[in-house]
Design a protein around this ligand. Structure first.
Ligand code: GLU
Length: 491
């Protein structure tokens, strides 16, 4: 059996969006699942769309996502060059285009801009499309040769008959048949000598022995033309897999505006590359087992491209955040701490034990930037209302809180050991003494030292980090606050 070889073939036109990364990931998984080879090819033939630095973004993204290629511009595997502009210099595209001209499957076209602009246009799917009228197909051979000899600018077009149909096969969509009359004689070689993407992808996929092609379904409408090229050359076409659209939560095309950023921007927002990759794998593919968390290794093992869905995949930010949180929870503490430390340092300048704080937030956040909202009170007590001391379930009221804090203050002042365990023991002894609910004691203490309803740790965990002096300062402040308010109430 033929060795599975796939390629990711980006055009260096800017950022690497979620859709691009999904194509790359699926290509990678198909190859690795089958023990095959995954290749990176840079499609830079459209010089007008070329963006400086975009190739570096591709390399960086692939590396961060863990999608190591076996072959590519930086890793020769015997099928190079791997950059289309370099392939062009070898003359490969022109040579194959000429073969098609000889077979009558393509022709030279010398029409100038004015003539092309005068041709009728049609509106297809909201876009203005020009169907070339085959004017140059009927030029006598001598005229073509004379034009070429005179150095007249030309393009080479595919010759698609006006009659009949063309059928191609897609793994997900099955056989698709289109009327040839709907297919334009697309340009294969441009006037600057560069091949179009449409032509280069066919020549390259064949000459580089690619067996499976995964791409966005915006290429579905061009696939019949590619099929005709394969047939014209007498080549076997690769397995085609056109992926469904990715939409936002409102079923609209993904856009920056709706917060759906590129891979690198997602990382900047605090998402982990592993979580993003896991999430993207599930945008259109459903595993056999009913589970959602997959490492890259597990994806390789489970990935079966026949289980890709045709229906649009929804990019659900809430789910991505949840998934990221699961990855943070499962992470080794040291690795987590290395990532969390800069975020902690941004909001905590005081000399607290950041490792203890990190351990508290590790299981509570979904993305690293969430840290700030959980730990801000360590640095500075927030403004809070005494009504926060009232908690039905905890059997706590401002009045009961005042009593608890006042009674505990001298004990906490006398206490030397401010470790979590020791403090917890102290509070529990008081609870027992009072024969009251735990919450009636813990709630006011936690409120007094944090000013927040939700904290990353319990009362005594927070006090351990804050230390004796700061804990007492906050409790005294709480007492003063409550005293003011409770007096008001009785008045
Ligand atoms: N260069 C094309 C793109 O970036 C690749 C399409 C394909 O995979 O064939 O969209």
């Amino acid at each position: 059996m033929e060795k599975v070889r796939t390629r990711y073939a980006p055009s260096p036109t800017g950022k690497m969006h979620v859709g691009n990364l999904r194509s790359a990931l699926y290509e990678f998984l198909i190859a690795k699942h089958a023990g095959g080879e995954f290749m990176l090819r840079i499609e830079d033939t459209d010089q007008e769309r070329f963006v400086e630095g975009a190739t570096e973004i591709i390399y960086r993204t692939m590396e961060k996502a863990g999608l190591a290629h076996d072959e590519g511009p930086d890793k020769d595997g015997g099928y190079g060059p791997y950059v289309q502009s370099e392939r062009m210099k070898t003359g490969i595209y022109m040579e194959y285009a000429r073969q098609l001209v000889e077979k009558g499957e393509a022709y030279y076209c010398f029409c100038d801009k004015e003539r092309l602009e005068s041709l009728k246009t049609e509106i297809v799917e909201g876009k203005e499309i020009m169907m070339y009228d085959k004017h140059c197909l009927s030029l006598p051979k001598e005229e073509v040769e004379a034009n070429l000899a005179a150095g007249k600018p030309f393009v080479i077009r595919q010759n698609i008959p006006r009659e009949g149909t063309t059928t191609f096969h897609d793994e997900l969509y099955g056989d698709i048949t289109v009327e040839n009359a709907e297919l334009d004689d697309m340009i294969l070689i441009k006037s600057d000598g560069y091949p179009t993407y449409n032509f280069a992808n066919v020549v390259d996929d064949h000459t580089m022995h690619i067996t499976h092609v995964v791409r966005g379904n915006e290429y579905l409408s061009s696939a019949p033309k590619y099929q005709r090229l394969y047939d014209a050359f007498g080549w076997e076409s690769p397995v085609y897999i056109h992926l469904p659209l990715i939409t936002d939560e409102n079923h609209k095309k993904l856009s920056k505006r709706s917060g759906h950023a590129s891979f690198e921007e997602l990382l900047e927002q605090g998402f982990l590359p592993e979580a993003v990759v896991n999430f993207i794998a599930l945008l259109g593919w459903s595993p056999e087992e009913n589970r959602e968390i997959f490492s890259l290794e597990e994806l390789i093992r489970s990935f079966d491209y026949r289980r890709i869905n045709k229906s649009p995949a929804v990019f659900d930010m809430v789910k991505l955040r949840w998934m990221n949180g699961e990855y943070l929870k499962a992470m080794e503490f040291e690795a987590f701490y290395a990532m969390a430390e800069p975020y902690l340092k941004q909001c905590i300048t005081k000399d607290y034990d950041l490792r203890k704080i990190a351990a508290m937030v590790k299981t509570r956040i979904e993305v690293l930037p969430d840290i700030a909202g959980h730990v801000d009170f360590f640095e500075q007590m927030p403004e809070y209302d005494v009504s926060m001391y009232a908690h039905k379930k905890m059997k706590s009221t401002p009045e009961s809180s005042l009593e608890v804090l006042q009674e505990l203050l001298p004990r906490l002042e006398a206490q030397e050991d401010y470790s979590n365990d020791a403090l917890y023991g102290l509070l529990c002894a008081y609870v027992e003494e009072k024969e009251c609910k735990n919450g009636r004691v813990m709630w006011p203490i936690r409120t007094a030292v944090s000013g927040k309803q939700m904290t990353p740790g319990g009362a005594t965990e927070l006090m351990e980090v804050l230390g004796k002096e700061e804990s007492l300062r906050r409790i005294r402040e709480g007492i003063a606050k409550l005293e003011g308010e409770c007096i008001n109430v009785t008045e």
